[in-house]
Design a protein around this ligand. Structure first.
Ligand code: SF4
Length: 411
């Protein structure tokens, strides 16, 4: 029997992002409730939204995994049992857990739910993986600090599934086990409140000369000594699949809709391309074309690194020159279907004559020009501002799909 296809697992920081991720081809999404989850600042889901998220995902044949991945203190267990029962009742597809206490409780209270071990548990070797498998974990998200050879070796030792982060922001510490934010801002990264101080600019102060700051200069923009580039393993997917990886995961529940849709779309196209190649020539190594990376660059980032995949990263994997790389495009429209008509949810000001790009499925970018903009009452508009709904006349006409995204070059 052939191995099931590798899953594409996407972040869903809100219901809107969940729908966009599924539209662009995510097989599964992960999200958090209002409590017990890291990424506390993402617009996490209340109970009604959780219900709607699961129903929507299941209707579209996607799975939903819920993060319950805080490092819990005693008081954090209050209400947890009821929450777990609620998640089982609405039929989520699995729980993402890092704390052994929460894992034990979930095993007792909702044994029917699959448990995935969060990357926060830092599994870096086969013995650890065996240990967690014996605790009832059905999937392990391995630590981001592993080489391809280590991933391959761990997979051979266990029958649990393995999941690998392939894209997104990196922590300078071990997968988020970090106190920097708590010390500098009072916001605890291990409770989902990280203020990202690793991206700040730092200066040196000598004890006897207070307020006299010495720049530790990398360049005129300052020093960002802890600022890692972003992870991107798109060109290594064929090797990860050959190593037996069951799920590739995208980081970024806090990022915007453009990132969510854009990245999921590219990784979907990449996985489809790999499996097409393997169907034709199962024994030929698959080589990724440049088109995937070209699309990724359009989404903006801090630069990219393959992190530990070939061994420990070095200075080329850090971004010392500033906190981020500029983004060329901005999301302009989100497609909303209403009956047989198409409405556009404006995210960036548009005017007749603007040239925009519809991000269709696969890597297809359909360029078009706005001929006319209409308000919902039919009045013709000179422009449309963010957070309004309009109808559009475009050239050429486009076969719009609900939850599709349109981008424009930033002025
Ligand atoms: S401060 Fe940086 S390294 Fe620490 S948890 Fe936050 S993002 Fe990660």
């Amino acid at each position: 029997m052939s191995h099931p296809r590798c899953e594409l697992l996407a972040p869903a920081g809100s219901l809107e992002k969940l729908k966009i991720a599924i539209h662009y081809g995510a097989d599964a999404v992960y999200l958090g409730g209002k409590r017990f989850s890291l990424r506390a600042q993402a617009a996490n889901f209340n109970e009604d939204e959780l219900r709607e998220a699961v129903a929507f995902a299941h209707q579209h044949r996607a799975r939903v995994f819920i993060t319950v991945n805080i490092f819990a203190h005693n008081q954090d267990f209050k209400g947890l049992a009821d929450y777990l029962k609620f998640l089982a009742k609405i039929r989520v597809d699995g729980l993402i857990i890092s704390d052994p206490g929460i894992l034990g409780l979930a095993g007792k209270i909702v044994p029917q739910l699959k448990i995935h071990l969060s990357t926060q548990a830092n599994v870096t070797n086969g013995e650890s993986a065996i240990f967690w498998e014996q605790q009832g974990v059905s999937r392990i998200n391995l630590a981001r600090e592993l080489t391809l050879a280590e991933i391959r070796e761990i997979k051979k030792k266990i029958s649990a599934k393995i999941e690998i982060f392939v894209h997104g922001a990196l922590c300078i510490s071990y997968s988020g086990r970090c106190m920097l934010s708590l010390y500098l801002t009072g916001r605890d990264a291990n409770k989902g409140l990280c203020a990202h101080p690793c991206r700040y600019s730092y200066r040196l102060e000598e004890a006897k000369r207070p307020d006299c700051f010495f720049p530790v200069e990398e360049d005129e923009r300052g020093t960002h000594i802890f600022n890692s580039k972003d992870l991107c393993l798109i060109n290594r997917l064929p090797e990860l699949i050959a190593a037996g990886v069951d799920s590739i995961k995208i980081e970024g529940r806090m990022k915007g809709i453009y990132y969510t849709g854009g990245i999921v779309r590219i990784y979907r196209a990449a996985l489809d391309y790999i499996y097409q190649c393997l169907e034709k020539n199962p024994h030929e190594p698959v080589v990724m074309g440049e088109e995937f990376m070209k699309e990724i660059v359009k989404l903006g980032s801090r630069g990219y690194t393959e992190n530990f995949l070939d061994g420990p990263p070095d200075e080329d994997d850090m971004l010392y020159s500033g906190p981020r790389v500029d983004q060329i495009y901005v999301p302009a429209l989100l497609v909303r279907k209403k009956g047989s008509g198409t409405l556009f949810d404006i995210r960036h000001k548009i005017e007749p004559g603007d040239r925009l790009e519809y991000m269709a499925h696969g890597l297809a970018n359909l360029n078009f020009k706005i001929k006319n903009i209409y308000a919902l009452n039919g009045a013709r508009l000179d422009q449309a501002q963010p957070n309004t709904l309009v109808r559009l006349e475009t050239f050429p006409e486009i076969d719009w799909q609900e939850d599709g995204l349109v981008r424009k070059v930033q002025n």
